[in-house]
Design a protein around this ligand. Structure first.
Ligand SMILES: Cc1cc2nc3c(=O)[nH]c(=O)nc-3n(C[C@H](O)[C@H](O)[C@H](O)COP(=O)(O)O)c2cc1C
Length: 390
C-alpha cells in the first residue's frame, strides 16, 4: 500500500497533503513501457533487448492529467556486441537459479538480465556440507559449483529462455582453458543464450590450482581462448582476492572481453561451534552481502579508471542507495545477489526506484549518474594497487 502523501510545514510538522479534487491519480506514477525500443515479438534472439523506458508522468499536482508533461526515463544499458539491456539491474549468478524457479514470485521479464548458476562441462555435485553460514552483514558459501553440466543446462532451460524477453547470461566455470572453451562452444548459437559471464575464480589445474582470476596472464589467456571460441557477448567476472586488480582487468580487456563484472565473493572461513575445525565442509567459503560492498566499490572505482569497456558492479546491493553508489564509481549496471535470498522482489523494485530517482532529479537517463564520484582528472597509477594507508 502506498503511504499517504504528506507535506512538511515550515515548523517541521508533517500534515496530510491537501487533496485537489480535480486530479485523480488512478495509475501509479511510474509506468513501465515495455518493448518501446525492442522487438515486438516474444523472443529476443539471445543478443538484444530494447532499452526499457520507465515512463513517468509529471508532477502529481499538475493542472490536469491530460496536460501533465510526460517524462521518459531511458534505463537502457549497452554491454557491447549487441547485448543491450532494458535496465541496469541484473541478478547475480548463484543467487537466482536459472530464473525459472522465481517465476511465481517475480516478474522475471522485467529484470535487466539474469546470470544463471555457474555452469561447467560435466555435472558437479558440489562441496560437502555445511555449505553456507550467516556472517555479520553477509553470508559465507561454498556451494562448489553444483550444477547439472552444460548439456543438461541447454536441454533443460534454453528453450524456455528463448521465449523470454529478459536476456539470460550463462555463467561459465572450468578448471582449464580447454574446459571453458568447450562449455562456451556448446552454448554458441543456442537460442535463448544472450551472453557468457566467465567465472574465473576457479582453480587452474594447469597452474597447480592457482586461480585464473588472480593472475593477469592466466586471466588474459582464458579470456582470449573463449573470445576465439564465441561471438556471444563476453563478460568476465573479477575477483577481489588480489592485491591489485587493475593489471588483471587490463589483460582481460586486451584479450577481447566486452564487459567486466565485479566482484565475485571474498575468500573467508568460519569456525565450527566446538572450535575443533572450520565450520564449512570445504573449509573455505566466499563472503558476500553488504559486508563486501566497500570492497566492491573500490574494485569498480579502480577498474573504471583502467579500462574502457563497461563494468557491472556487484557486492552487497540491498537498496537504491547501493545502486547509486555503484553507478557513481563508474559501473553502468549492477547485479543483486545475496539480498535476493531475503527478498526476491528486490531487483524489480530497484528498477522502479531508479526510474523514479532519475525523474526526481529531472534526468532522462541514469547515464548521468555514472562515474560522478570518479576523479575529475586521471590519477597517477599506483604500483601498489590499493591506496590504503592505515
Ligand atoms: C550462494 C551463492 C552462490 C554463488 N554462485 C556463483 C557462481 O556459480 N558463479 C559466480 O560467478 N558467482 C557466484 N556467486 C557470487 C555472486 O554472483 C556475487 O558475485 C557475490 O555474491 C557478490 O554479490 P552479493 O554481495 O550481492 O551477493 C555466488 C554467491 C552466492 C551467495
Amino acid at each position: 500500500m502506498k503511504a499517504r502523501r504528506r507535506v512538511v510545514t515550515a515548523s517541521g510538522a508533517a500534515v496530510p497533503a491537501k487533496r485537489r479534487p480535480t486530479v485523480r491519480r488512478i495509475k501509479p506514477a511510474i509506468v513501465p513501457v515495455t518493448r518501446r525500443d525492442g522487438p515486438t515479438g516474444g523472443q529476443l534472439t539471445g543478443h538484444a533487448a530494447g532499452a526499457t523506458s520507465v515512463r513517468a508522468t509529471g508532477p502529481a499536482e499538475g493542472p490536469s492529467p491530460a496536460a501533465a508533461p510526460i517524462h521518459e526515463v531511458d534505463l537502457g544499458v549497452d554491454l557491447g556486441r549487441g547485448l543491450v539491456l532494458r535496465n541496469p539491474v541484473l541478478v547475480a549468478s548463484g543467487t537466482f537459479g536459472y530464473g525459472i524457479e522465481y517465476g511465481d514470485v517475480v516478474d522475471v521479464q522485467r529484470l535487466g538480465a539474469i546470470c544463471c548458476k555457474g555452469t561447467t562441462l560435466r555435472a558437479r555435485s558440489g562441496n560437502p556440507t555445511p555449505r553456507v553460514t550467516e556472517t555479520p552483514g553477509g553470508m559465507l558459501n561454498s556451494i562448489g559449483l553444483q550444477n547439472p553440466g552444460v548439456d543438461a543446462v541447454v536441454e533443460k532451460y534454453a528453450s524456455t529462455w528463448a521465449g523470454w524477453q529478459v536476456p539470460v547470461i550463462v555463467n561459465v566455470a572450468g578448471e582449464s582453458i580447454a574446459d571453458y572453451v568447450e562449455v562456451v562452444r556448446r552454448l554458441e548459437g543456442v537460442p535463448g543464450i544472450a551472453g557468457i559471464e566467465l567465472n574465473i575464480s576457479c582453480p587452474n589445474v594447469g597452474k597447480g590450482g592457482l586461480q585464473f582470476a588472480i593472475d593477469a596472464e592466466a586471466a588474459g589467456a582464458v579470456t582470449a581462448a573463449v573470445r576465439r571460441a564465441t561471438d556471444l557477448p563476453l563478460l568476465v567476472k573479477l575477483s577481489p582476492n588480489v592485491a591489485d586488480v587493475r593489471p588483471i582487468a587490463r589483460a582481460i580487456e586486451d584479450a577481447g572481453a566486452d564487459a567486466l563484472t565485479a566482484i565475485n565473493t571474498l575468500s573467508g572461513i568460519a569456525v565450527g561451534p566446538t572450535r575443533e575445525r572450520p565450520l564449512l565442509g570445504n573449509v573455505f567459503g566466499g563472503l558476500s552481502g553488504p559486508a563486501i560492498k566497500p570492497v566492491a566499490l573500490k574494485v569498480v572505482y579502480e577498474v573504471a579508471q583502467t579500462v574502457d569497456i563497461p563494468i557491472v558492479g556487484i557486492g552487497g546491493v540491498t537498496e537504491l542507495a547501493d545502486v547509486l553508489d555503484f553507478l557513481a564509481v563508474g559501473a553502468v549496471a549492477v547485479q543483486v545477489g545475496t539480498a535476493i535470498f531475503a527478498d526476491p522482489t528486490l531487483p524489480v523494485r530497484l528498477i522502479d526506484e531508479l526510474g523514479a530517482e532519475c525523474r526526481r532529479r529531472g534526468l532522462d537517463s541514469h547515464r548521468a549518474l555514472i562515474g560522478t564520484a570518479l576523479p575529475k582528472r586521471a590519477t597517477a597509477t599506483s604500483a601498489r594497487g590499493a591506496e590504503y594507508r592505515p
